[in-house]
Design a protein around this ligand. Structure first.
Ligand SMILES: [Zn+2]
Length: 113
């Protein structure tokens, strides 16, 4: 496994920050950031999108540029549903005379999910 990936943000190399400056004097560039992979850490998740993007902004740039291609990976042509018990609406009264309601929605365990 690589120790780092290059950020996949299509505009990463255009953002003006000092940590992106590379090159020798008279020949400087803004370079795409490296994204360090903490593969020896217990919290490392190989499927986390942060492995390939240096920031939420670069992730958004990528997702916006390739939105239609991403959608085509797993198109949603019908809504999904989660079975629930009939919602229970409960009335509450505070010591100060204020009345409010809340609704409890409970999922039904379903082996298909
Ligand atoms: Zn980036």
């Amino acid at each position: 496994m690589a120790e780092h990936y290059w950020c996949h943000g299509p505009s990463c190399h255009t953002y003006v920050t000092t940590d992106r400056v590379r090159g020798t004097k008279g020949s400087k560039v803004l370079r795409t950031r490296k994204v360090k992979q903490h593969t020896n850490s217990t919290w490392y998740n190989p499927n986390n999108w942060y492995n390939w993007f240096c920031s939420m902004g670069c992730y958004n740039d990528f997702a916006n540029k390739h939105a239609d291609a991403i959608r085509r990976i797993a198109p949603r042509t019908e809504p999904l549903e989660t079975r629930i018990e009939d919602p229970k609406r409960e009335k509450h009264e505070t010591h100060y005379g204020h009345t409010y309601y809340d609704t409890t929605i409970k999922k039904i365990d379903n082996a298909e999910q």
